[in-house]
Design a protein around this ligand. Structure first.
Ligand code: SF4
Ligand code: SF4
Length: 104
């Protein structure tokens, strides 16, 4: 069982046989993986345009969008698939090249 809130390290992943492909079976583990490293483009929310429909929150495949007063993107987890931008009904999510200093 993986510990709540702990980042998964490669050495913690169980390997199956000689094929050596790691399998993570525990549900809800996506928020603990550093998939932000994969990102080439990043989604940025335009708060003036956002109508708080929650589509980005519901459709993000990696649970990178949380909900407080509105949507918040966790760039540690966000892999830049841009599904959120494509489902936003009011085009409130801009797509920008990710070259910033906080790129992780
Ligand atoms: S680009 Fe959007 S949908 Fe894709 S992982 Fe990041 S927040 Fe989630
Ligand atoms: S999908 Fe667009 S309008 Fe809806 S909550 Fe997300 S950013 Fe806001």
């Amino acid at each position: 069982m993986l510990e709540e809130g702990k980042l998964i390290k490669e050495e913690d992943l169980p390997y199956e046989g000689v094929r050596g492909i790691p399998h993570i079976r525990e549900a809800g583990n996506a928020v603990r993986r550093r998939t932000g490293d994969w990102r080439i483009f990043r989604p940025e929310i335009d708060r003036e345009r956002c109508v708080k429909c929650k589509m980005c929150f519901l459709m993000c495949p990696d649970s990178a969008v949380s909900w407080k007063e509105g949507p918040e993107i966790d760039y540690f987890v966000c892999k830049g698939c841009l599904i959120c931008a494509s489902v936003c009904p009011v085009k409130a999510i801009k797509v920008v090249r990710d070259e910033g200093p906080d790129r992780r």
